[in-house]
Design a protein around this ligand. Structure first.
Ligand SMILES: NC(=O)c1ccc[n+]([C@@H]2O[C@H](COP(=O)([O-])OP(=O)(O)OC[C@H]3O[C@@H](n4cnc5c(N)ncnc54)[C@H](O)[C@@H]3O)[C@@H](O)[C@H]2O)c1
Length: 436
């Protein structure tokens, strides 16, 4: 009976939806859900974000500002810091951060804190979905027991599922609405609800699996697939450099194979809230099973040393030009961890900056998507400058760390003295360009 109540409310779109955590994942999801006709209440601990949402102001690149403004104006979307309002929500989706602590161990306190608040105010019956990336077992071992603390019984007045978020910030083709969704419910009814709910807000299709653990693991597989392939190509890039082979030309050639190969590209390391973090949720969990996931660790290590490799290479290039890092003026072009976005969380560029600064370089920064940023230790704020001819010609070397489309190739080529291109942004072969 409880089950059919939620199902009916989802079908009629009378269900109220709560989204906890209005960041890169939660805000696009909240807007998409409101656009689909549901009434959405977003929760965040940051009052500044809540205020912006309520004013219809956007702060996430992948959200269309006009769509956010319209859903707020139509009273389909609002936000609050007040958890007691969770008692209005039939469906609650948790999209809070899942970082690593300083010992590289999963920090699931954000999930626990959200669950502690949900259980205090939850409407009964309600359907709780976890979207934050995490290790297999979190939904059933952490979330479920907290939610059952008030005496609720799974399958009666409480329904739970894990459904990983797959958003790829900056991806022009695949957004929240057209990316297929995986749902792993704690029971068959939870899967039914998940399929119905996501099916009514997205066009990408819903794939249900037999348990939350499968869904948790499949998300990690996706990200580990990326981590290991990037690690592989970074290792080959370092070897190719020694062998004087152009890795980029090698990849272009390998790409012509119509099956069994998928291109990954080298770079200064990995960044963002996913690839440098999620795989280590699994390596940590694996230890509980006395299992050493050595391939993941090895690839993680390769990606981690890339910033040092890049700094070392800059030193060698300057040296060949009778300069040293200390005292050289270096333009770091790109702070974000990948092209055309403003996210610089875990960006490998911050490590490069840290190394170069400690060696006495005089650094300037350009990034059309990032106005200011905090350094690697988070205790200093830097501002970026507009990249123009004066800036380019005033530095000893330009290091292209992020291949933003907004950077002007021709201008960089014309006015720079030396270029170290870690992204193969400057396609041209020229004696002043060195590629990773
Ligand atoms: N960013 C991505 O590209 C991406 C892609 C797929 C999956 N994910 C996963 O999604 C999850 C969220 O990532 P994100 O990038 O959106 O993080 P984010 O930092 O952009 O957003 C998280 C939001 O949660 C809020 N928050 C923290 N604790 C809270 C609490 N107790 N109650 C309410 N709000 C709280 C924060 O203030 C923040 O606004 C993570 O598990 C991440 O691994 C992220």
């Amino acid at each position: 009976m409880h089950k059919s109540k939620i199902i009916e409310r989802i079908k009629s779109k009378d269900a109220q939806i709560g989204v906890i955590g209005l960041g890169y994942v939660g805000l696009p999801l909240a807007v998409q859900t409101a656009k689909a006709g549901f009434t959405v209440l977003g929760f965040d601990v940051q009052k500044s974000k809540v205020d912006m949402v309520n004013k219809g102001q956007n702060y996430i690149g992948d959200v269309v500002g006009e769509e956010l403004a319209k859903t707020v104006k139509d009273k389909k979307l609002s936000a609050t810091t007040d958890y007691s309002k969770i008692n209005r929500c039939d469906v609650v989706i948790i999209c809070v951060p899942t970082p690593l602590d300083k010992y590289m161990q999963p920090d699931v306190t954000y999930i626990k804190n959200s669950a502690d608040e949900i259980v205090k105010y939850r409407k009964k019956p309600s359907f709780i979905i976890l979207e934050s990336t995490t290790y297999p077992g979190t939904t059933e071992e952490i979330l479920k027991p907290i939610l059952e603390n008030d005496g609720s019984r799974l399958g009666e007045d409480l329904f739970i599922a894990f459904s990983p978020e797959r958003v790829d910030p900056g991806n022009e083709k695949y957004k929240t609405h057209n990316t297929p969704k995986v749902v792993g419910g704690c029971t068959h009814s939870c899967n039914e609800m998940g399929e119905l709910f996501y099916g009514s807000i997205l066009t990408g299709g819903v794939h249900t699996v037999s348990s939350p653990r499968i869904a948790e693991m499949e998300k990690l597989l996706e990200n580990i697939f990326r981590l290991t392939n990037i690690g592989l190509v970074n290792e080959l890039a370092m070897l190719c450099d020694r062998m004087n082979i152009n890795i980029w030309e090698v990849i272009e050639a390998a790409k012509t194979k119509p099956y069994g190969f998928m291109p990954f590209y080298p770079g200064p390391g990995v960044g963002g809230h996913c690839i440098p973090i999620d795989p280590f949720y699994l390596t940590w969990k694996a230890k509980e099973y006395n299992f050493n996931s050595s391939l993941i660790e090895a690839c993680g290590h390769i990606n981690q040393v890339m910033p040092e490799y890049v700094a070392e290479k800059i030193s060698r290039i300057l040296n060949r030009n009778k300069k040293c890092i200390s005292g050289s003026k270096i333009l770091i072009a790109g702070i974000a961890y990948k092209r055309n976005i403003d996210d610089y969380r875990e960006s490998p560029v911050l490590r490069i900056i840290d190394i170069l600064e400690k060696q006495g370089a005089s650094l300037v920064f350009a990034d059309p998507h990032v106005e200011e940023f905090k350094n690697h230790d988070g205790d200093k704020i830097y501002k970026t400058t507009k990249m123009d001819r004066d800036l380019l010609s005033s530095v000893d070397i330009v290091v292209i760390t992020t291949d933003h489309d907004a950077f002007n190739r021709a201008e960089i080529m014309e006015y720079s003295r030396l270029i170290y291109d870690t992204r193969n942004f400057i396609k041209e072969n020229n004696s002043k360009v060195v590629r990773l």
